[in-house]
Design a binder for this molecule. Structure first.
Ligand code: HEM
Length: 492
């Protein structure tokens, strides 16, 4: 479909939001909200098919705009990043899990915490993690027997969870991985079910109204209205049976996190991530409360393994369905002739391309968003304050101008020459701009090392075709069931 550029407002060079075309469908009073709640990928498909810079989304209570090209995504995430905050809806539904951690916080708090953690995620600092990444993978796969059948997502979760625990917090989560995984699924289920639900809409609509009132209120009332509005941007309580299960899941997760913190408090001083967070009590950044510490640790632990586990499971699925690429991965891994190490990363170029292409086809964070905190302009259109901008990597990764034959698995899209020919925001599995994933280099190192370790000694056969489940992340519905075979390696 051709791009539709809205016409300018008279007297201004930018057009009004009213001129932006509506996304197809979304009839009835709930508009697209019903579809978003029922089938988020079907909604993403509408945005992908429209393939235009901006499309208006029909929802009952707020202005929502879907961003459909790399150029407009770049404007929102990079060029005009300071005009936006994290999506009010996503922050609301992620709050019980992530609290005011790095993923969900905004403003000065976010700036301070990002500055504190960034050095630990710098590519140079990550080199010390390579050995742990391989060792944690070996530990998990050592339990695989020839002929075993299992969902590979369960195993990639065990692997990435133990890597996140070990590298970030020097914690051994291996024996508890399944219990933590179940609690996390429970918590993410709540997140997915509440996005766009009446409970969340009621909170956020009231918060917006109070904020608007406070803008015009006399000084004496302003502070009170603002505080009330802020308070409503997170759940005041957790309703119903789902709320009770969430509470139980959070208790289990909190207990694990507390255990990690207590463990590290009693061990010798080190300069890892947890030590840095703990020591922030003493330095000029100010004290970090126990609640803030919990929020940061849980955020990093969850964000640091769930997404990578999902990406790795999809990589195995796609390789099994593309024998030519499966053979190339094996060839590359066999050519190493030893267990992978940090120094081998440049020789794992096929593993890296394959992982990147899996993140394109099935981006684990398949949607995220921003809320305008002031009036701004995107794609030459006026975006009023409080407008919600939806960014869908799943749709952007299928834009016909950028990705020919988008459903085809073609890791050569990530050859250096092809990468540099594309728009910087064409591939967005990690987002972009100041809020880009802090763990992106970590994940792009972990992906190839884990794949190389898995494929070195094992072969995988797909037992059935899987499909994506638009959960909080884009998990495979059945976890990608495979049969695993021990490989007989030629001596070299
Ligand atoms: C394949 C793996 C991963 C994917 C697809 C992924 C995806 C993303 C995306 C899309 C965002 C930005 C969301 C937004 O702009 O609203 C993000 C942020 C974040 N990610 Fe990742 N991530 C991955 C791995 C990791 C790892 C390994 C870690 C930590 C070790 C991590 C920690 C975080 C944190 C803390 C943020 C918030 C950053 C901030 O706002 O300053 N992620 N991630």
């Amino acid at each position: 479909m051709p791009s539709t550029e809205p016409s300018p407002v008279p007297g201004s060079t930018s057009a009004s939001l009213d001129a932006v075309p509506w996304l197809e469908g979304g009839e009835g009073w709930t508009g697209h909200n019903a579809l978003i709640r029922r089938d988020r990928l079907a909604f993403a498909r509408l945005v992908a098919d429209a393939a235009r810079p901006l499309s208006r989304v029909r929802t009952p209570f707020a202005d929502v705009v879907a961003v459909g090209t790399p150029e407009t995504a770049h404007e929102v995430l990079v060029e005009r990043a300071s005009d936006f905050m994290k999506s009010a809806m996503l922050r609301f539904v992620l709050y019980p899990l992530g609290g005011d951690g790095l993923f969900t916080s905004d403003g000065e708090l976010w700036k301070r915490q990002r500055k504190l953690m960034a050095p630990l995620f710098h590519p140079g600092a990550l080199t010390t993690y390579a050995e742990d990444m391989v060792a944690c993978t070996e530990r998990t796969i050592s339990s695989w027997r020839d002929g075993d059948e299992f969902p590979i997502f369960r195993e990639t979760t065990r692997i990435t969870m133990s890597i996140a625990g070990k590298t970030l917090f020097d914690a051994d989560t291996f024996s508890e991985a399944d219990d933590i995984g179940a609690a996390l699924t429970e918590a993410l289920d709540w997140t997915a079910s509440q996005a766009g639900a009446p409970f969340a809409i009621a909170h956020l609509t009231t918060a917006r109204m109070l904020q608007k009132l406070s803008d015009r209120a006399p000084a004496a009332l302003k502070g009170k209205l603002e505080a009330a509005s802020l308070r409503l941007r997170m759940p005041l309580f957790l309703p119903g049976k789902e709320g009770q299960s969430l509470r139980r899941a959070l208790d289990r997760l909190d207990a694990h996190v507390q255990h990690m913190i207590d463990d590290r408090r009693s061990s010798p001083a080190r300069n890892d991530l947890l030590a840095r967070l703990l020591n922030a009590h003493d330095d000029d950044l100010g004290r970090m409360s126990d609640k803030q510490l919990r929020d940061e640790v849980l955020t990093l632990f969850v964000a640091g393994h769930e997404t990578t586990a999902t990406g790795l499971a999809w990589t195995v699925d796609l390789l099994c369905r593309n024998p030519e690429w499966y053979a190339r991965v094996r060839e590359e891994v066999d050519a190493l002739g030893h267990r992978p190490t940090l120094e081998d990363l440049p020789r794992l170029a096929v593993c890296l391309r394959v992982f990147k292409e899996a993140l394109r086809i099935h981006p684990p964070v398949y949607f995220f968003g921003r809320t305008a905190q002031r009036d701004t302009v995107v794609g030459n259109v006026q975006i009023p304050r409080f407008t919600n901008m939806v960014i869908l990597p799943w749709a952007l990764h299928r834009h016909p101008r950028v990705w020919p034959d988008p459903e085809r698995f073609d890791p050569d899209r990530f050859l250096a020459a092809n990468e540099s020919a594309r728009h910087r925001s064409a591939w967005l599995p990690f987002g972009a701009g100041p809020r880009v994933c802090i763990g992106n280099h970590f994940a792009l190192m972990e992906g190839p090392l884990v794949l190389a370790t898995m494929f070195r000694d094992h072969d995988f056969e797909l037992l059935m075709r899987d499909e994506p489940e638009p959960f909080a992340t884009l998990r495979p519905k059945k976890g990608v069931p495979v049969q695993v075979r021990k490989r007989v390696r030629k001596a070299n």
